[in-house]
Ligand binder design. Structure first.
Ligand code: ADP
Ligand code: MG
Length: 568
């Protein structure tokens, strides 16, 4: 290969850089958090790969992060002795956005800076945020295990191209040097950098070090010493005692884990002892990530074994329907060389999964069943963002079905609003004298459901009907036949037995009407011969002359439409 190459950024990177500089300028100090977060990830990776390659540590076994600045050169440098990057890794990690769903993400951008700033938070900010304050960035990096001459220097002014060349580097790991833009000299100060690090990065479990500074009596000013000092607590956040962890530290740790820009909705830290011993720190995000529906989405739960990072997105630790949860599980029992295959079989993992599932459900119950207005509001937010995913749990998690069903929220004819706010318990509490079933109607859209002719008789009798219009509803209902001993009943299916909701007099009238129309019905059955199974007199309509219903045990019309649309 040629030693020095000039390469172009992927089109999305260019777009991201522009957007970042404009929309995050008011919060520009977050670049430091992002770079420290990456340095910490790189050390986690070395710890993990180092289990099999102990020689990679060489004479430099203490993993740490160094932050320094050079007033004369107007640069700030963040250096780590983590895993480092090879030439190929530098090109792909710093020249492209590898995340799935990137294209769709960019297609959502509106050009409105405020809206886009919120979107960018969902996407994650990352390395490129350094260009908010720097007009040139130099990265020097060497992959652990590679020789000194395989060091790489990457450089870019962020305007569309970058260069990569081989250089000799004595140390493994990565040093990122930012050449500050005009007017950003604020960052050339120990005090300033320290305070940003304490604010955003105190949860980082490695020491973050800076040169000491002390007063020089001759020069009459603060002078930077060679000696280093640690400026964070440098212990794993989840291993600290609860009383020592501040709200802010929980929040910043969440942002580090999730690459989310917003605060979490709620979190829960627990140490579990007994047959299995582990710590779980679990967060529910405030907003669904742009790739929630993408099966290759990253994030989820990070697995540690005795503080050693083992793997990202350990999907065995929580069921699929809780895939929006982010957090850390640190196990005492699992072996360090645990693989995804072993996780699938492990007893310990089963225990962790069950316990974590219960934790998440209790967190949600705490929001859902609380009188506190703030918590209620949080549950509404949760439901709008993740309700459709939680519904998958009805089919997926038999043992917790009842708990999940109490967390469900629906639109209903009680308010006729598209807001999904009615719980099944509220529905049951409002049931009419003599009503023994929970009625629902499904539809493609809220308006279709709300205006369904099947509702006419229910509206007339003042019986509430749930309006189900999410894609997942039909599927969910196939697993959800009763709540609180009341049968879930579609108003669009079968003969519609209103049970004791209709009185004796009505029943008699119905029978007589049916007799009166017998000839007409017989004629219609002949005319419609192979188009319908049966023609009946209906008492479920008050305004419309006729409607189609499916048989009790058949797929509903709505589900049939969905299957057809899916090409089945
Ligand atoms: P993210 O951290 O969300 O993956 P970033 O934009 O922050 O995205 O970083 C992009 C990628 O660059 C990282 O995933 C990692 O592979 C690589 N990288 C960044 N900083 C470092 C570092 N200090 N050491 C090793 N690799 C790094
Ligand atoms: Mg990052």
């Amino acid at each position: 290969t040629v030693n020095k190459e000039t390469l172009g950024f992927q089109a999305e990177v260019k777009q991201l850089l522009q957007l970042m500089i404009h929309s995050l300028y008011s919060n520009k100090e977050i670049f430091l958090r992002e770079l420290i977060s990456n340095a910490s990830d790189a050390s986690d990776k070395l710890r993990f790969e180092g289990i099999e390659h102990p020689d990679w540590y060489g004479d430099d076994p203490e993993l740490k992060i160094k932050v320094s600045f050079d007033k004369a050169a107007r640069t700030v440098t963040i250096a780590d002795n983590g895993i480092g990057m090879s030439r190929e890794e530098v090109i792909s990690n710093l020249g492209t956005i590898a995340r799935s769903g990137t294209k769709e993400f960019f297609s959502k951008l509106s050009g409105d800076q405020q809206k886009d700033a919120a979107l960018i938070g969902q996407f994650g900010v990352g390395f490129y945020s350094a260009f908010i304050v720097a007009d040139r960035i130099t990265v020097e990096t060497r992959r652990a295990g590679l020789p000194a001459q395989d060091g790489i220097r990457w450089e870019s002014d962020g305007s569309g191209e970058f260069t990569v060349e081989n250089v000799d580097l004595a140390q493994r790991g990565t040093a990122i040097t930012m050449h500050l833009r005009e007017g950003e000299d604020d960052f050339l100060s120990t005090q300033k950098l320290k305070s940003i690090i304490r604010k955003y990065s105190d949860h980082i479990s490695l020491p973050i070090q800076m040169n000491k500074e002390s007063w020089d009596d001759d020069k009459k000013e603060q002078v930077i010493q060679d000696e280093m000092e640690s400026i964070n607590q440098s212990s794993a956040l989840w291993a600290r005692s609860k009383s020592e962890i501040t709200e802010e530290q929980y929040t910043e740790f969440y942002k580090h884990l999730s690459h989310d820009y917003e605060d979490p909705l709620c979190y829960s830290l627990n140490r579990v002892e007994g047959r299995s011993e582990f710590t779980q720190l679990l967060y529910v995000p405030t907003r669904a990530p742009f790739d929630l529906w993408d099966r290759n989405k990253r994030g989820g739960i990070k697995l540690y074994v005795k503080r050693v990072f083992i793997m990202e997105d350990a999907e065995q630790l929580l069921p699929m329907y809780l895939r929006f949860v982010t957090g850390v599980i640190d196990s005492v029992d699992l072996p360090l060389n645990v693989s995804r295959e072993i996780l699938q079989e492990s007893r310990d993992v089963k225990v962790i999964r069950e316990s974590s599932t219960k934790r998440v459900l209790s967190m949600l119950e705490d929001l859902a069943n609380n009188d506190d207005e703030l918590k209620k509001e949080k549950y509404r937010t949760f439901w709008t963002q993740f309700g459709q995913v939680l519904k998958e749990g009805i089919g997926e998690d038999q043992p917790n079905k009842e708990r999940i069903s109490k967390l469900l929220r629906f639109a209903s004819t009680h308010t006729d609003s598209a807001d999904q706010a009615v719980s099944l318990a509220e529905y049951v509490a409002r049931m009419k004298e003599g009503q023994d079933k929970i009625y629902y109607v499904t539809g493609d859209s809220f308006n279709a459901a709300k205006n369904s002719p099947h509702l006419e008789i229910f509206r007339k009798k003042g019986v509430e009907v749930l309006l189900l219009t999410d894609r997942v509803d039909e599927w969910m209902l196939s697993f959800f036949t009763e709540f609180d001993a009341r049968q879930m009943t579609s108003v669009a299916k079968g003969g519609l037995d209103l049970g004791s909701l209709s009185d004796e007099k009505e029943k008699q009238e119905h029978e007589e009407t049916e007799k009166g129309f017998k000839d007409l019905l017989d004629r219609m059955k002949v005319v419609l011969e192979d188009k319908v199974k049966d023609v009946r007199v209906t008492f479920r309509l008050t305004d419309s002359p006729a409607c189609l219903v499916s048989d009790e045990d058949e797929l509903s019309g709505n589900l049939l439409r969905m299957l057809k649309a899916a090409g089945q």
